[in-house]
Design a protein around this ligand. Structure first.
Ligand code: 3PG
Length: 216
């Protein structure tokens, strides 16, 4: 198994690949490959497929096997079982909405890097103690948005965030302008109606707009 520091470096690398990590809820695994190709073509290589649907693991498996240039991970990883299923499907990383001691122990024993969620300073401190400094800030807007992140920059300067939850193309620049934000996450790149319609050109366009956001 790799060290927590090595896994954190892997998380930092994928957070820096593009300004946005799309958060995907997929109902049909057959949509996975064309959707991922559209995201990559639009300039968005890192893709989080949430383990919220029965199709998710097959979707991760297909993207990992077939989509060149994609870095696919599993989102909504809540349990040791989720982490192991994601690893077996070929997920290159895992994302969790929060953390539990059991999940962190499992990550310590695994090669899959975790981007763990935190919404309070105490959760951030707990994760720092466990060796994590690249975190998801979730749910970003309901938990306090740019104001809360801005307030953390001074007392928690070593932490870098991927805020996720309630962010749009319009509000992403405000988050990306913060010194402690490397990228944002959001589901707006892969809306259910575009997936249902197989509108891959539309997904590519949304990806292109997102890729054009700049970390300032
Ligand atoms: C989620 O929980 O689905 C993610 O945080 C994405 O949130 P969003 O739909 O508000 O972008």
């Amino acid at each position: 198994m790799s060290s927590i520091e090595h896994k954190q470096q892997q998380v930092e690398t994928l957070m820096r690949l593009a300004p946005v990590i799309p958060v995907v809820i997929i109902d049909n695994a057959r949509d996975a490959v064309p959707m991922a190709r559209a995201l990559v073509a639009g300039g968005i290589p890192t893709i989080e497929v949430t383990l919220r649907t029965p199709a998710a693991l097959d979707a991760i498996r297909a993207i990992a096997a077939e989509v060149e240039g994609a870095v696919v991970g599993a989102g909504t990883v809540l349990t040791i079982r989720d982490l192991e299923a994601a690893r077996q499907a070929g997920a290159r990383f895992a994302v969790s909405p929060g953390v539990s001691p059991k999940l962190l122990d499992a990550v310590d024993d695994s090669d899959v890097p975790l981007l763990p969620g935190a919404a309070t300073a105490s959760e951030v401190m707990t994760l720092l103690e466990r060796g994590y400094r690249f975190l998801k800030f979730f749910p970003a807007v309901p938990a306090g948005g740019t104001k809360l992140l801005g307030a953390w920059a001074s007392p928690l300067p070593q932490v870098r965030f991927c805020p996720t939850g309630g962010i749009s193309l319009a509000s992403a620049p405000d988050f990306l302008a913060l010194p402690n934000v490397l990228c944002v996450g959001g589901s707006w790149l892969t809306p259910a109606d575009k997936l249902a319609a197989g509108d891959w050109a539309g997904v590519e366009l949304l990806a292109r707009e997102a890729a054009g956001l700049r970390k300032v």
